[in-house]
Ligand binder design. Sequence first.
Ligand code: R5P
Length: 310
Amino acid sequence: MKVLSGTSNIKLSKDIAKKLNLKLVNTNIRRFNDGEIYVEINENIRGNTIFVVQSSSNPANDNLMELLICIDALRRSSAKNITAVIPYFGYARQDRKVVPRTAISAKLVSNLITNAGANRILTLDLHAGQIQGFFDIPVDNLFATPIFARHIKKNIKKNNLVCVSPDVGGAERARALGRRINAGIAIVDKRRPAQGKSEVMNIVGYVKNKTCIIVDDIIDSGGTIVNAAKALKEKGAKDVYVYITHAVLSGDAVEKIKKSQVSKLFITDSIDNSNKIKKSNKIQVISIASMLAEAMKRISNSTSVSSLFK
Ligand code: R5P
């Protein structure tokens, strides 16, 4: 078993390798002057089970292309098995035709990864679970919920908790977290008047005098979370804490969170945000390295991955 890292999140790859007592595969990844990506593997990997860790986060296209080229290099170097470990699977929000004459980019990306030569996918909180079906190779989709539940139990010692989904689509995620921390749920009825904009229409559930825990898969512009926190406070919520798996944090999202009614935003390290959040004491990172390392170990040993969540 060997771990090769793309360049999107080297810190996470190193943390995973450390948990597995491994060194990252010696690789040379660089760009030519015109932006083309060059990957060279500097050690023998013939017959090995290889995990290539790369999030297709911003710059999404470069990082995706780098993943494809790494997989191609591994396949041509006679690796026995290649698992693409994609902590953040970009393009996942384009999983259907919302309006006519658009691409289903999540399916296209799945085809590209499979055709490059991946034998298996390991990912985390896919935006839509059914993307697993876009692949004809096995997909292990891990969940951050157990990590969040443990963190809440340890750090947010308040009674009267309620888990809040910031949109109807995330209700299942809020319910799963609620079950683990023994809390009820509320749902924000969110509308998107235009791409990248969100409006709160209503709140379903009782939040007055409660400590709200918003849980979501992605924070991008921050609009959804900022608006949800404002609406919850207007309905009498005491505090608003937020747990997000994938912190895309585009544009001025960090600044927006800073000025918002959010008490604290907890994100995972599926995307490397170390520079962006350096100056924000409202945003804290919870690592997923242990969970990914454990899942990789189990895949390599052909033991159950789903039992990680029982
Ligand atoms: C949408 O369905 C996702 O789960 C997130 O709620 C969304 O991507 C967040 O976007 P933003 O932070 O730009 O409002």
